[in-house]
Design a protein around this ligand. Structure first.
Ligand SMILES: NC(=O)c1ccc[n+]([C@@H]2O[C@H](COP(=O)([O-])OP(=O)(O)OC[C@H]3O[C@@H](n4cnc5c(N)ncnc54)[C@H](O)[C@@H]3O)[C@@H](O)[C@H]2O)c1
Ligand SMILES: CC(C)[C@H](C(=O)O)[C@@H](O)C(=O)O
Ligand SMILES: [Mg+2]
Length: 340
């Protein structure tokens, strides 16, 4: 397997190092190329993602990314110019973000909540598309627009993927989360496409939830969700909350998938570069390791993926209170468990 690794900024390199320990323990023959992209390269050279590097990335089976973003770089430069550019150029239209409350993990919710859901977030459109601009800049009449772009092609392929996933899961339940009461045009398109595609999946029960109410239910009754399909921005927000109620952002994994497999997919923790804890050795690398399980599944190595997941499940079930908090110690435990 040829793997491109982008450690990135902040805690990115710290969690990626632990992820690679686990991966190379399970798949010793992995061929790794590491790419120095992120804040330090930008400061040194002004480069974000040279075209030559993008070409090289395309030649790999998958990409593992830590995180990008740094307080010394103006907001959005790295996020848009590096991370989103990779997602867009490599057509990562399905942003897969499972959230599960593992046995032994204490979440912040009251009572015995069961959480086992997967968010299928659209990855290349919505307000992320970069359409819009500033009119009458620096005047009292300045106007900023950020247009949400939703194409039939883009919505249909992500909705179809969500139905396929729901159909393979035990509960066979899909919830569209949107804001159709206000976002009339895009809401209509998403609702219509969900209705159309649902005809091909008669075994999947379909529900709808406005984004604001979905935030209530994620906290009061998360068990109602199985597969959530939603747009790029709603999906970003939902998945941080889903992570928080499932034991924390340090456990939340993601895969940016080109479902057509024309381009390599990219796997990364849902969290960012966490400048507040970077360098302290306290970041939880579990999200990165779980992202590696998604990567192994995507590349057709389900047995290895299950070994990695089982290692995480065992570790989470047996972690002593206060024993999280050392990045390397967690990575060592997971690597030993996964390769034993
Ligand atoms: N995919 C990505 O690369 C990605 C994702 C989100 C944010 N970002 C960027 O990261 C930077 C920081 O963003 P932010 O602070 O809003 O979000 P963040 O996810 O980096 O951090 C939010 C909070 O979660 C904590 N946290 C994050 N990961 C953790 C881990 N593995 N273990 C323990 N605690 C963890 C942080 O300490 C912080 O308190 C920004 O530049 C942002 O744009 C990048
Ligand atoms: C950093 C940012 C561009 C990114 C997003 O909004 O998708 C992040 O928040 C994420 O969740 O991966
Ligand atoms: Mg996010």
């Amino acid at each position: 397997m040829k793997l491109a690794v982008i450690p990135g900024d902040g805690i990115g390199p710290e969690v990626v190092a632990e992820g690679l320990k686990v991966l190379t323990g399970v798949i010793p023959q992995v061929e790794i190329s590491t790419y120095d992209l992120g804040a330090s390269r930008w400061h040194r050279t002004g480069e974000l993602l040279p075209d030559s590097v993008l070409r090289e990335l395309r030649g790999h089976d998958a990409i593992l990314l830590g995180a990008v973003g740094d307080p010394t770089v103006p907001a959005g430069i790295l996020e848009r110019g590096l991370l989103l550019r990779i997602r867009f150029e490599l057509d990562h239209h399905v942003n897969l973000r499972p959230a599960r409350l593992y046995p032994g993990v204490t979440g912040p919710l009251a009572g015995d909540q069961s959480i086992d859901l997967v968010v299928v977030r659209e990855g290349t459109e919505g307000p992320y598309a970069g359409a819009g601009g500033l009119l009458r800049k620096d005047s009292p009449h300045e106007i900023a627009t950020e247009v949400s772009v939703n194409t039939y092609f883009g919505v249909e392929r992500v909705v179809r993927n969500a139905f396929e996933r729901a159909n393979r899961r035990a509960r066979k339940h899909l919830t569209l989360v949107h804001k159709t009461n206000v976002l009339a045009y895009s809401g209509q398109l998403w609702s219509r496409v969900v209705e159309e595609v649902s005809m091909e999946y008669p075994d999947v029960a379909v529900a709808y939830c406005h984004i604001d109410a979905a935030m209530i239910y994620l906290v009061t009754d998360p068990g109602r969700f199985d597969v959530i399909v939603t747009d790029n921005l709603f999906g970003d927000i939902i998945t941080d909350l889903a992570a928080a109620v499932s034991g924390g952002i340090g456990l939340a994994a993601s895969g940016n998938l080109d479902v057509s497999r024309t381009n390599p997919s990219m796997f990364e923790p849902v969290h960012g570069s966490a400048p507040d804890i970077a360098g302290t050795g306290t970041a939880d690398p579990t999200a990165t390791v779980l992202s590696i399980a998604l990567l192994l599944d995507h590349l057709g190595m389900p047995d290895s993926a299950r070994r990695v997941e089982a290692a995480i499940a065992f570790d989470l079930a047996t972690r002593q209170p206060g024993s999280v908090g050392r990045t390397q110690a967690v990575g060592d435990r997971l690597a030993a468990l996964a390769s034993s």
